[in-house]
Design a protein. Structure first.
Length: 230
């Protein structure tokens, strides 16, 4: 009887292992679009208020992202690939369209301008549009010696561990950040990003390519195009 019982337990263990392994192998990376609402805390100057974006959308396919934000007459898309650590910026200004591929040196210089926070992933969780998100506390030391503390929520079910490689604030967050804030010192206000909708859908790799009607330029050429000088 003991031999039969041990055999049944062994068989059950094999079946369970096979089911778990199959589930892990068959799990597909997230594909879809996250739409954010953007609200503001602080007294935004009237001259800026009409220009500030109120929504943003992020298309995600595994480690690839395409984030679109409209601000007044300017529509910008930021295309990233966490697997290859590449980033391309698309600018559409009143039908004048430019594409700018950041070099690895330019990426490093931009990252160095902003201090990276210390990340503490807590045990707290929050359901956001059906995804169980983890809470992270970000503590950033400023140049004046003070520290700022921000609370964010992210999902490891969306994206990959290097999804945020290009963002100094979130580069150590292993998944899509679904609730966060951004302080803008130019207008002394804080933008609050919350999820409006998460929609799964098939995403073509062509979405992450530079469209044929965009002119590819360097960083310097882009500055000149928008009156940034030599």
């Amino acid at each position: 009887m003991k031999i039969i019982l041990r055999s049944l337990i062994a068989v059950a263990a094999v079946v369970l292992f096979t089911q778990v392994s199959f589930a892990q192998k068959s799990a597909k990376p997230f594909m879809g679009t996250i739409t954010f609402n953007i609200t503001y805390r602080g007294d935004v100057p009237p001259a800026y208020k009409a220009m500030m974006p109120t929504t943003s959308s992020k298309i995600i396919k595994d480690c690839k992202t395409k984030t679109e934000t409209a601000s007044g007459p300017v529509v910008s898309d930021d295309i990233t690939d966490g697997a290859t650590k590449t980033e391309t910026v698309l600018i559409d200004y009143m039908e004048t369209k430019y594409a700018y591929k950041k070099t690895s040196q330019e990426q490093a210089e931009e990252m160095a301008k902003t201090p990276s926070p210390t990340v503490n992933i807590t045990k707290a969780t929050k359901d956001i549009s059906g995804f169980t998100c983890k809470q992270a506390i970000l503590t950033t030391k400023q140049d004046d010696g003070t520290s700022s503390i921000d609370t964010i929520y992210f999902s490891e079910e969306i994206g990959c561990k290097d999804l945020n490689f290009d963002d100094p604030n979130f580069k150590d967050i292993p998944g899509a950040v679904l609730e966060y804030t951004e302080f803008n010192p130019q207008i002394n206000a804080t933008a609050v990003f919350t999820v409006k909708e998460i929609k799964k859908s098939k995403i073509s790799d062509n979405i992450f390519l530079i469209p044929s009607d965009y002119k590819e330029v360097t960083k310097e050429e882009l500055k000149k195009a928008f009156g940034g000088g030599e």
